[in-house]
Ligand binder design. Structure first.
Ligand code: ATP
Ligand code: MG
Length: 344
C-alpha cells in the first residue's frame, strides 16, 4: 500500500521539507524545498507562543508552496537538546529491560525522569560476555510538546519525532546499503554532530555546539567583514588555500583542528568497542557539507574515504526535478531520513 509522508527538518538556519511516497520496494521523492528559519525564532526552547506561531506560519508557507498533499509529518528534534547515550548492561530479556530501563537510565540523564520521554533500541546482545548494549534516547517533554504544538499550528499532523542524526543515519544507510561501518558528520549552522554506525546501526553519537555560523563568525572577525559578507566568502572559498592568500582557510582552521581531534577520539572509541571492525568511510551531510574543499581536507587529515551524502540514491525521483535539487543533496539528508522512517 502506498503511504505519503512529509519529512520536516527544522534547523536553526533553514527549515527543510520533503514529501515521499512510500511503497514496499519503492520510495519516491515527490517534492523538496527549504526556507530560512524565521530570524525571530532563535531558540526553540523559549516559551514564547508568538514565536511558535511565526515558526508555524513559515512551515505552512513552505508546505503550501511545495503543494504537499498529505498532512502526516515526521519531524526532527535538535540533537543538541536530546540526550543520546550508549549503555552497557547485563544481558536481559526485552520484558526485563522494559521494567528496568527507567532505573538504569536515571544515572545517565541529568534531569528528572518525569521531564523526559525515554526511548531505546538494543544495539547487540553478547552471550559470551553476558552483556548487552543499547542506545538510549531521552527527549525533554517540553521540547516534544513545543514541536508538536508548532507542527499542529502549521496545520499538519505530527506522526513521529526523532533526532536529526538518527534521521541522517537512516538516509545514509539507505543510499549506501553496503556501507557496514561508517562515520557520519552532520554539519549544521549551530551544531556539528558526529555519529558512528556499526552494521548500519547507530552505536554512538556526539553533538558539538559549533557549526557553520562559527566558521562565518571567525571569517568576519579575521577579515573585518559583516556576517552576510563573511558567509559569502565562506561559501565561495572555503578551505581553498590558494584564494585570498589562504586567509579564509586560515581563519576557519581552528574549528577543523578541534573537529579532527574529536573525530579521532571517536575512531579510537570504535576500535576499542569493535576491535574486529574498522571505520574507513566518512559521509558528510547538512548545509556545511557544501564547504569548498571539505571532502579533500577530511580525506587528507583523517585518512578516511570521505564523501558528501547523496540521499537521492536509491529513491525514485522525477528526472525533471532532480537537476534542480542535486546541488542541495546533503542539505536534504535529514529530511529524507525522516520521510523514510517507519510510522504506523
Ligand atoms: N556552499 C556552502 N559552503 C559552506 N557552507 C554552507 C554552504 N551552503 C550552506 N552552508 C552552511 O550550512 C549551514 C546551514 O546548514 P543547515 O541548513 O544544514 O543548518 P541547520 O539545519 O539550519 O542548522 P542546525 O542543524 O545546526 O540547527 C550554514 O552555516 C551555512 O552557512
Ligand atoms: Mg540541521
Amino acid at each position: 500500500m502506498q503511504k505519503l509522508l512529509v519529512g520536516l527538518d527544522i534547523g536553526t538556519q533553514t527549515i527543510k521539507a520533503v514529501q515521499m511516497s512510500r511503497e514496499k520496494n519503492r520510495n519516491q521523492l515527490l517534492a523538496a524545498g527549504y526556507i530560512p528559519t524565521p530570524t525571530k525564532v532563535t531558540s526553540l526552547n523559549s516559551k514564547n507562543s508568538n514565536n511558535d506561531q511565526i515558526m508555524a506560519d513559515s512551515i505552512n508557507r513552505l508546505v503550501h508552496d511545495m503543494k504537499i498533499s498529505t498532512s502526516d509529518v515526521s519531524a526532527s528534534l535538535p540533537s543538541a537538546n536530546v540526550i543520546t547515550r550508549v549503555l552497557e548492561l547485563p544481558l536481559m530479556s526485552d520484558s526485563e529491560l522494559a521494567s528496568s530501563i527507567q532505573w538504569e537510565a536515571e544515572q545517565y540523564i541529568p534531569m528528572p525522569l518525569s521531564k523526559v520521554k525515554l526511548d531505546f533500541t538494543v544495539i547487540n546482545r553478547d552471550e559470551q560476555t553476558t552483556k548487552m548494549k543499547l542506545l538510549l534516547i531521552a527527549a525533554p517533554i517540553d521540547l516534544i510538546e513545543k514541536y508538536m504544538h508548532i507542527i499542529t499550528l502549521a496545520g499538519l499532523n505530527p506522526t513521529a519525532l526523532e533526532t536529526e542524526i538518527l534521521a541522517a543515519s537512516r538516509s545514509i544507510t539507505t543510499s549506501f546499503p553496503t556501507l557496514s561501518q561508517a562515520m557520519v558528520i552532520s554539519c549544521g549552522a549551530t551544531t556539528t554532530e558526529v555519529a558512528l554506525l556499526h552494521e548500519q546501526m547507530l552505536v554512538y553519537t556526539k553533538s558539538i555546539p559549533l557549526g557553520g555560523n562559527t566558521l562565518t563568525r571567525a571569517i568576519a572577525e579575521e577579515l573585518g567583514f559583516e556576517f552576510p559578507q563573511a558567509e559569502e566568502y565562506k561559501k565561495t572559498y572555503g578551505l581553498d588555500e590558494d584564494k585570498l592568500e589562504g586567509k579564509i582557510a586560515k581563519s576557519i582552521a581552528p574549528y577543523f583542528t578541534s573537529l579532527y581531534s574529536e573525530i579521532e577520539k571517536n575512531i579510537a572509541y570504535f576500535k576499542e568497542q569493535y576491535p574486529k571492525d574498522e571505520i574507513t568511510n566518512l559521509t558528510i551531510c547538512g548545509g556545511g557539507a557544501k564547504l569548498p574543499g571539505l571532502v579533500l581536507a577530511f580525506t587528507k587529515n583523517l585518512g578516511l574515504d570521505s564523501q558528501i551524502s547523496n540521499p537521492f540514491i536509491n529513491l525514485t525521483i522525477d528526472p525533471n526535478i532532480l537537476p534542480s535539487l542535486s546541488p542541495d543533496a546533503p542539505v536534504y539528508t535529514q529530511a529524507i531520513g525522516l520521510a523514510l522512517k517507519d510510522v504506523e
